[in-house]
Design a binder for this molecule. Structure first.
Ligand code: ZN
Ligand code: FE
Ligand code: FE
Ligand code: FE
Length: 194
């Protein structure tokens, strides 16, 4: 007779049950805002290290230049976040962003799994745009929270970064459409001709 495969259900929470907060849990919107700031602060600092690797692996000059420009902006965004912390009377503190860690890892994977040239460039653009979209979502929320909390100066700084992230995303689309994707397609045609 087969033994039962069902594990005891005693410790299993029903799926609908709400998470019980730990002692560090944010109590209000301001605390949630501050936690999210720590998250994006970690993410931006991680990007100042990840973007140079992406840039080095890009073949297209336009792409390398776009990443280089955004690297400079990213360094300024780190400083801008430090200003936001200061405006809130808080010490700048980073808390690991699991999402950005994953997005950066994916980007590194794409570089390893593509041949150098337009195909790798297309992969780098895809990875970079995923990063920008995460940042756009993050800064959109942060700017809205700051406004709700009456932190207008912080909101303006966060909005400024949001605009830069949107621009970076648009520039990557442009590089893809004008310089990279067509060449990547041509490579496919060459392969077929062999
Ligand atoms: Zn960012
Ligand atoms: Fe950024
Ligand atoms: Fe995050
Ligand atoms: Fe960005």
């Amino acid at each position: 007779m087969p033994t039962t495969t069902k594990a005891p259900q005693k410790n299993k929470k029903p799926a609908t049950k709400k998470e019980k907060p730990d002692s560090q849990a944010a109590q209000d919107l301001r605390e949630l805002f501050e936690e999210q700031l720590k998250d994006i602060y970690w993410a931006e600092k991680a990007l100042t290290k990840a973007l140079p690797k992406m840039q080095k692996n890009a073949t297209s000059e336009e792409l390398a230049e776009a990443i280089g420009t955004h690297l400079e902006e990213t360094r300024e965004q780190v400083t801008r976040l430090e200003q936001v912390f200061q405006l809130l009377g808080k010490k700048a503190q980073a808390k690991k962003c699991d999402a950005m860690e994953g997005l950066i890892k994916e980007g590194e994977g794409i570089i390893e799994e593509t041949v150098e040239g337009p195909v790798r460039d297309a992969g780098i653009i895809a990875a970079a745009q995923k990063v920008e979209h995460y940042e756009i979502a993050s800064y959109g929320t942060l700017a809205a929270f700051a406004t709700l909390l009456g932190e207008d100066e912080a909101a303006a700084l966060l909005q400024q970064t949001l605009d830069e992230e949107k621009n970076a995303d648009a520039t990557l689309t442009e590089v893809a459409e004008t310089a990279v994707n067509l060449e990547a397609t041509e490579e496919d045609d060459e392969d077929e001709g062999e």
